[in-house]
Design a binder for this molecule. Structure first.
Ligand SMILES: Nc1nc2c(ncn2[C@@H]2O[C@H](COP(=O)(O)OP(=O)(O)OP(=O)(O)O)[C@@H](O)[C@H]2O)c(=O)[nH]1
Length: 354
């Protein structure tokens, strides 16, 4: 007969893609933006060729070409920021050159206003901010030094209007990007946590496991996975009500937090089922911790409406890599041990061989 909790949840939930690639959002955005820039740059290149502005036309063709090559790499390159920085550098340089050239001064200025939102959206607050600052300074420099040479005099009103518009767009883009990244962080945190206990939820488990396993494979040290299940939890609910059951779940979470280190990972993986990952911990040490936890829980007796609630936990243990080299294997082994602990009468730890 297969282990109990594996029957309840046959497949361990896969992590959402957003955790697998921090830059997934920017990749998607870039795919659309690159097509647009490539087409616009190509059209402008033809138009400038037609109007005999050959240097700018060649530069615009280069932008279109860069975008097409970038499009081929955008989904898998690990150097996304380098590629994007290159793109913004080329576009910014062409704009500044356009402003410097006679005849394209005003056109170049309009295009420069695109730099703050594009930089911040594609490169983030810090790098995007540096690019925006550099191109802003260059834009003002072109106005102050090159404009009198081109137009005969410096238009102070235009300089002020241009600078204020640029700064305004930068400020708005900064606030937008700041709020967006804060919201993404909050959503990730909420998606990774169980609201009742504050522990990580199952979605996060596989990702963390992969990171811990990779680290331990490098250092050739073992780590241990514990599965805990509250005994007869249905009975606690039935006898004392759902609220009492919730309180027991929170009490157990606090007890788990108390008995573990900062570096350990605690998860609520099901209704009354919990998982603990103990990095750099061999089975013998994990058994000591599990035993302390089990006896502490046995003596807790939290009060619910002046009525003490007695509860116990059963624990299954498995050590990486001897009990399983990958997530599914190790989790299955710990689950089999937990099943055995339940079968042997509950309120105990089963660890298997070794
Ligand atoms: N209060 C409360 N109960 C929950 C929650 N999630 C699941 N449960 C209850 O947990 C109980 C689990 O019952 P069972 O799977 O039969 O397990 P058990 O009674 O603990 O029995 P053993 O595990 O065999 O010792 C069910 O009654 C669920 O309704 C929750 O968030 N809060």
């Amino acid at each position: 007969m297969p282990p109990r909790s594996f029957m309840r949840s046959p497949a361990i939930m896969r992590s959402p893609a957003m955790w697998e690639d921090e830059m997934a959002y920017r990749r998607t955005l870039l795919r659309i933006i690159l097509w647009v820039i490539a087409l616009v740059a190509f059209a402008l290149s033809l138009s400038n060729l037609h109007h005999d502005v050959k240097t700018v036309s060649v530069m615009e063709s280069c932008i279109a070409l860069y975008c097409l090559v970038f499009l081929l790499r955008v989904q898998q390159t690990p150097y996304l920021l380098c590629w994007t920085s290159g793109l913004m550098l080329i576009i910014g340089s062409v704009i500044i050159y356009g402003m410097y050239s006679k005849g394209l001064y005003t056109d170049g200025f309009y295009w420069l206003l695109l730099m703050p939102p594009a930089n911040l959206l594609l490169l983030g607050l810090l790098l995007g901010g540096v690019f925006t600052l550099c191109f802003g300074i260059l834009g003002v420099a072109v106005m102050v030094w090159a404009q009198p040479a081109l137009d005969g005099s410096l238009d102070i009103a235009l300089l002020i209007n241009a600078s204020v518009s640029y700064l305004f767009l930068w400020g708005m883009s900064h606030i937008f990007e700041l709020k967006r990244s804060q919201m993404v962080r909050q959503l990730r945190e909420m998606a990774a946590r169980d609201p009742m206990t504050g522990l990580h939820n199952r979605l996060h488990l596989e990702n963390i496991f992969a990171q811990i396993a990779a680290l331990h494979a490098k250092e050739s040290t073992p780590f241990t996975l514990l599965l805990l299940d509250i005994d007869h939890f249905k009975h606690i609910n039935d006898e004392n009500g759902h609220e009492a059951g919730d309180m027991v779940l929170r009490q157990l979470s606090q007890c788990m937090t108390h008995h573990t280190r900062e570096s350990d990972w605690l998860f609520r993986v099901g209704g009354e089922e919990f998982c603990i990952l103990l990095p750099k911990t061999p089975k013998a040490k994990a058994i000591e911790l599990a035993e302390r936890l089990r006896t502490d829980v046995e003596q807790l007796h939290p009060m619910f409406h002046q009525h003490p609630i007695h509860f116990t936990v059963s624990i299954g243990l498995a050590q990486w890599p001897v009990d399983g080299g990958d997530f599914d294997g190790l989790y299955r082994q710990a689950d089999m041990h937990l099943y055995e602990a339940k079968r042997q009468g509950r309120n105990q730890i089963v660890t298997g061989r070794g």
